[in-house]
Write a protein that binds this ligand. Structure first.
Ligand code: DC
Length: 230
């Protein structure tokens, strides 16, 4: 294990279930939890609210968006996320913010602006974090690295179920296209693209329940802990 507080870094594509798995692993171990994607979503929302046309011309407004990222007034409280004191937990999950988050996340200076903020979550007794570059860039010395994925069809199906349960309507074909587009953008961007770190173990959850995926991450972490204790 590293000399600092332990980190479990879970990366993977959109809607792979890594947020559910990471937060439940954190809860079981009594560790802190960082949903790094929320910071990109918050940056998109804060930028739009300050009048920056994020959807259309994110690149052109990169310095202004990076300023928003650097000065995010954000508070995480359990499942709730507050931006300037307002609960935006739902607002950051809508489709527009999801698309815009993917655009702001492609900007190098935005990523740099969020780097220290993410590292500051590494506190006693430990951290479980999920995102796209947790193992490759933010916590390269993480104690356990997992690349969690599922087929695009299965991810679209899970997203569809979530939306229907919330009473919203959705088209499977649109969701699948959206997931494929986001995968392509996250994997092909210049800065911190989504890639499996060389030390990250694959966890394919296409045919796994969330309970089974959580149990598997905990099993791998116990192996790391026991290996370091001998
Ligand atoms: O995990 P998520 O869907 O909430 O992430 C929102 C967006 O932010 C998504 O387009 C990928 C991006 N992201 C990123 O580039 N790096 C991270 N560490 C986390 C998320």
């Amino acid at each position: 294990m590293s000399a600092l507080f332990p980190v479990i870094a879970i990366d993977g594509p959109s809607a792979s279930g890594k947020g559910t798995v990471a937060s439940r692993v954190a809860q079981t171990l009594g560790f802190h939890y960082l949903d790094s994607g929320a910071l990109y979503r918050l940056t998109a929302l804060a930028s739009r609210r300050s009048g920056i046309p994020v959807s259309a011309q994110a690149q052109e407004f990169e310095p202004a968006i990076a300023q928003c990222a650097a000065h995010l007034d954000v508070r995480f409280e359990g499942e709730h996320i507050y931006l300037q004191g307002e609960d935006v937990s739902l607002a950051i999950r809508d489709e527009q913010t999801s698309r815009e988050a993917s655009r702001v996340a492609a900007l190098g200076s935005v990523r740099t602006a969020l780097l220290q903020r993410q590292r500051a979550f590494r506190q006693a007794p430990g951290l479980v974090t999920d995102g796209r570059d947790m193992a490759t860039v933010v916590f390269p010395d993480a104690d356990l690295k997992i690349f969690l994925t599922a087929s695009a069809e299965e991810r679209a199906q899970r997203r569809y179920k979530q939306l229907i349960e919330k009473g919203l309507t959705a088209m499977m074909s649109d969701l699948l296209n959206d997931i494929r587009e986001r995968d392509e953008r996250d994997a092909s961007r210049e800065h911190a693209p989504l890639v499996q770190d060389s030390r990250a173990g694959l966890l394919d959850t296409t045919y796994l329940t969330a309970d089974a995926a959580v149990a598997e991450v905990l099993r791998r972490y116990q192996l790391v802990v026991s290996r370091d204790c001998v």
